[in-house]
Write a protein that binds this ligand. Structure first.
Ligand code: PLP
Length: 414
């Protein structure tokens, strides 16, 4: 795996679907219509095969062996890091830390940078539409340090109130932590503008990119974030692996988090010296197969083209939104102008869990609940929503199947 590959020329969704073996299966005797991509995406043959090849031909521990297989596994593991670096356009491979996922990446920053740099009276700004993963680590830090967590409000359509955000920036704000995209509402936040405003205020910015990387081209140098976190499994890669990008100077100045093998240069009972970046933050045997599978997934989406994926998913979003609006009594929660293909909705007189259960009988997988974003539900005064989230392999026909399924739900409750 070397350079980021050139994209395919045209978007051929049928050929893309053939790459995903699971899409051929039936669910409850019906064709599977998988619309739960914001929770996790399916995996293409290219990723599955790469993981099988790793375990069949290359498996060994990394960084510690002089034998052939260990060297091979190490080369593949580090090549994967190089691929991630190029994929998000980081300046250096040292800025790419492998973690278990977005959640662990955010906790790493809270527990290392945060513990060192946030003190009593300081403020951390998050938004009203964050996933719990980008709320709770900051609440824990603020409680420990007597700092204050402040919340950027959201308009009724799901867009953050950016003028209000800019007014909330003040010298006490040490960090702004916001999502690139909202998993509950689909809103894509104007992160470039938000980052520039934070930097002008002297604050650092962490972007929760769990719903960014799968849907659009991400260039960390262009948008300028200080930290960017994402998960492999949401971008057609394996579970249990993710990335923390951090600017080198920041990572360098941060204390390590977990202690153990690989994150040290030398250990004695008197004194331990820590390894260089990025290994300082990768204690213990990493998820080697996961990292290699993640690179294969990024290679896969690059081969289709991030811009092509974004354009195709936008087409699906517009189509599905219009079709869902035909349903009487259905209300879409989150109608931001910039949206990923995530549609949250409520249906008059029907609890979202019932929607999910009835759709499931039709082979349609949607998520129902609070989507790990309970404050969002409180903001809109609803207990839960149904959520259809589209990925690069979904089709307009599947949106039609969803609409037909929802009409059946209405029939049941009539
Ligand atoms: N942030 C957002 C916006 C998400 O959608 C998710 C997962 O749904 C997460 C964070 C947490 O990701 P993970 O569970 O992979 O750590």
């Amino acid at each position: 795996m070397s350079a980021v590959i050139e994209p395919r020329v045209e978007y051929d969704v049928e050929s893309i679907r053939r790459d995903f073996p699971i899409l051929k299966r039936l669910a409850r005797g019906k064709h599977l219509v998988y619309l739960d991509n914001a929770a996790t995406t399916q995996k293409p043959r290219q990723v599955i095969d790469r993981i099988v090849r790793y375990y069949s031909e290359e498996n060994s521990n990394v960084h510690r062996g002089v034998h052939y297989l260990s060297e091979l596994a190490t080369v593949e593991y580090e090549n994967a890091r190089g691929y991630v670096q190029r994929f998000i356009n980081a300046r250096d491979v040292k800025e790419i830390v492998f973690t278990r996922g977005t959640t662990e990446s955010i906790n790493l920053v809270a527990q290392t940078w945060g513990r060192k740099n946030v003190g009593a009276g300081d403020e951390i700004l998050i938004s009203a539409i964050e996933h719990h993963s980008n709320i709770v680590p900051w609440q824990m830090l603020c409680a420990e340090k007597n700092a204050t967590l402040r919340i950027v409000p959201v308009a009724d359509n799901g867009e953050l109130l950016i003028d209000e955000y800019e007014r909330m920036l003040n010298p006490r704000v040490k960090l702004v932590a916001v999502g690139h995209g909202s998993n509950a509402l689909g809103t894509i936040n104007p992160i470039k503008r938000m980052i520039a405003a934070a930097h002008a205020n002297g604050s650092l910015v962490l972007i929760d990119g769990a719903q960014g990387v799968p849907h659009m081209r991400v260039d960390v140098q262009d948008h300028g974030s200080d930290f960017y976190a994402f998960s492999g499994h949401k971008v057609y890669g394996p579970t249990g692996v993710g990335v923390l990008y951090g600017r080198e100077a920041l990572l360098d100045a941060m204390p390590p988090w977990q202690g153990g093998g690989d994150m040290i240069l030398s250990v004695s009972f008197e004194k331990t010296t820590y390894n260089a970046l990025p290994y300082k933050f990768e204690a213990g045997t990493p998820n080697i197969a996961g990292v290699i599978g993640l690179a294969a997934a990024l290679e896969y989406v690059s081969s289709i083209g991030l811009d092509a994926i974004a354009a195709y998913e936008h087409e699906l979003l517009v189509y599905a939104t219009n079709r869902l609006r035909e349903i009487e009594g259905l209300r879409i929660i989150g109608t931001a102008r910039e949206k990923a293909a995530v549609i949250s909705f409520v249906l008059e007189g029907v609890h979202p869990h019932d929607i999910g259960t009835i759709l499931d009988q039709e082979g349609i997988a949607v998520r129902t609940g609070h989507h790990c974003a309970q404050p969002v539900m409180l903001r809109y005064n609803i207990p839960a929503t149904g959520r259809a989230s589209f990925g690069l392999y979904n089709t307009k026909e599947e949106a039609d199947v969803l609409v037909a399924g929802l009409r059946k739900v209405i029939e049941v409750f009539r």
